[in-house]
Design a protein around this ligand. Sequence first.
Ligand SMILES: NC(=O)C1=CN([C@@H]2O[C@H](COP(=O)(O)OP(=O)(O)OC[C@H]3O[C@@H](n4cnc5c(N)ncnc54)[C@H](OP(=O)(O)O)[C@@H]3O)[C@@H](O)[C@H]2O)C=CC1
Ligand SMILES: CC(=O)N[C@@H](CCC(=O)OP(=O)(O)O)C(=O)O
Length: 345
Amino acid sequence: MIKVGIVGGTGYTGVELLRLLAVHPDVQLTAITSRKEDGLPVADMFPSLRGRVALAFSAPEKADLSQCDVVFFATPHGVAMAQAPALLAAGVKVVDLAADFRLKDQASFEQWYKIPHTCPELLEQAVYGLAELNREAIQGASLIANPGCYPTTMQLGYYPLLKAGLIDAGALIADCKSGVSGAGRKAEIGTLFSESSDNFKAYSVAGHRHTPETAAQLQRFTEQKVDLVFTPHLVPMIRGMHSTLYARLTKEVSNEELQSLFEAQYKDAPFVDVMPFGSHPETRSTRGSNMLRMALHRPGNGNTVIVLVVQDNLVKGAAGQAVQCMNLMFGLEETTGLTQIALMP
Ligand SMILES: NC(=O)C1=CN([C@@H]2O[C@H](COP(=O)(O)OP(=O)(O)OC[C@H]3O[C@@H](n4cnc5c(N)ncnc54)[C@H](OP(=O)(O)O)[C@@H]3O)[C@@H](O)[C@H]2O)C=CC1
Ligand SMILES: CC(=O)N[C@@H](CCC(=O)OP(=O)(O)O)C(=O)O
């Protein structure tokens, strides 16, 4: 059994990791931390886990994480970088759900996240945890930078078009919407019920930290300069993400060829569903599952191609993707413990 520790077990991605790992056949939950809930049985805070998780939260300084085989950090940016060096030196694998190791460039990280990077020496070693585009590297990794939720949808949607050289990489426009759980469980005015329900708005239009992450990753797949305009929106739902990705075609290509390109690209990706051309994927078709669904459109058969992408921000956008990486790192079947069907309606 793989001994698993979770730092930040009381947050939304933390409890999602618990939900998935509690029924994972190869995992033994070993330590779950919380600074505020030291000693509280996990199932007292999350009744959904009664009878499934017998552990209590422990303060991070009390938890002996070095006895684990892998530790997930479901914490704010900056926490994993403080503890990863010692864990890695003790032979423990690390999966960070935050952004500490996503950007290879230290200056860019510090500019966007506004905190100093305390272990830049690990940036090179860290492997970006998007299995569909990086499976082999993840299999050999000991430190995973789990992708951001929006970047997961943008990369998987744009990748086949970019790799095939069919679009202008300098004119990518991504219009993306997230449920409120994307902002985490911490108390904030913007996520109060009376602020975020019955309301709809864009945010961070001038620049969101997921733009450099996505552009840097996509840049690996094209010689053209990637220029991405990304606008996130907050929608009044709890879970779910919907990304509408626009691109300008630069070559003659039929709709059938576009569809075949996507189907071929993801035929061996168990968590990417390429729906029939012209479909309208719904966020609820991914709710609680690790599936990401996408569909292609081409209005008026012109030279704009649109890729619609949906996922559950807490699963494929965070905890499920992290478990997918763990499976690969430990030589398990990629889908182990991740075969839940979405909740509909
Ligand atoms: N929500 C989402 O959809 C997604 C989130 N992410 C990323 O995953 C990470 C976790 O997000 P989320 O679960 O939403 O966040 P939450 O705010 O819901 O939870 C944060 C958790 O971290 C713990 N924590 C906070 N500060 C520290 C600290 N200094 N040291 C140790 N533990 C700490 C908190 O518990 P306590 O205070 O008791 O210690 C809590 O358990 C973030 O980096 C987020 O950006 C990535 C993709 C999607
Ligand atoms: C709705 C909402 O607020 N979403 C978060 C993104 C969550 C995510 O993916 O997080 P990290 O990159 O921070 O890990 C945001 O836009 O900041």
